[in-house]
Design a protein around this ligand. Structure first.
Ligand code: SF4
Length: 225
């Protein structure tokens, strides 16, 4: 498995090549939660479109969205895909926040890290990744949310084994990354996954960390392009 020293060199090389984008930096905690649900299985361009369309029609807060119908929400967020399922989740979690948390996520986010994570995961439609995104971006907690890009990169670079699950990857990356850099590393790896280490047709030729990659199929992509 990869050493701390080698991981540090990889990050050092990536930060020289890749500019980190923070597309949801100005959202309040509920808006962030909604946009994270919208982001499931789609790209950030579609999320921005769907979120804007939702915001044009409704105030994006639990009280308003708890009263809206699933159909109304679904129509607004159509650009994000899976819009009926996502609309059901958004309505259900808005109702739950109104009923059990006085209409606000503040008290949950004030709890100690593990407790806050557990409470967030009690909300409808909120899994490990969404809870970690909330902790990382709404509360600046030192956690690394794991998305599909980060999972793929971690496995190709042999940071974790092929069968590693969400928590294995998260624990390993957090072990390798100082607390102060975890949010940055999360964003950096996502950008790297989008630009170079894509699921299909990765750009191995020209990849800034090619020398550190032991992925078996790398040779094929180096020859074929
Ligand atoms: S060499 Fe290819 S597979 Fe390896 S990290 Fe770079 S882009 Fe990903």
């Amino acid at each position: 498995m990869l050493s701390k020293e080698k991981f540090k060199r990889i990050i050092w090389k990536l930060e020289r090549e890749i500019r980190v984008e923070q597309w949801y930096i100005n959202y309040d905690s509920f808006e962030l939660l909604v946009s994270t649900i919208l982001s499931q299985a789609t790209n950030s361009r579609n999320v921005v479109k769907a979120f804007k369309s939702l915001k044009d029609k409704f105030k994006v807060n639990p009280s308003t969205l708890a009263k809206a119908s699933v159909e109304q929400i679904s129509e607004c967020i159509r650009p994000a895909g899976l819009h009926n399922v996502k609309a059901m989740k958004i309505k259900a979690l808005s109702e739950k926040i109104m009923e059990d948390h006085d209409g606000s996520l503040d008290r949950i986010l004030e709890l100690p890290l593990d407790e806050a994570r557990e409470k967030l995961m009690d909300l409808p439609g909120v899994g490990s990744k969404t809870a970690d995104v909330m902790l990382c971006f709404a509360k600046a907690q030192p956690v690394i949310p794991i998305d599909t890009h980060i999972e793929r990169i971690s496995k190709r670079l042999k940071i974790v084994g092929e069968k590693a699950g969400y928590m294995d990857i998260k624990r390993k990356l957090e072990q390798l990354t100082p607390k102060s850099k975890r949010k940055y590393v999360h964003l950096l790896l996502i950008q790297f996954g989008r630009r170079y280490c894509r699921a299909r047709n990765p750009k191995c030729r020209g990849c800034p960390i090619q020398e550190h990659c032991e992925w078996e199929l790398k040779k094929f992509y180096l020859k074929s392009k």
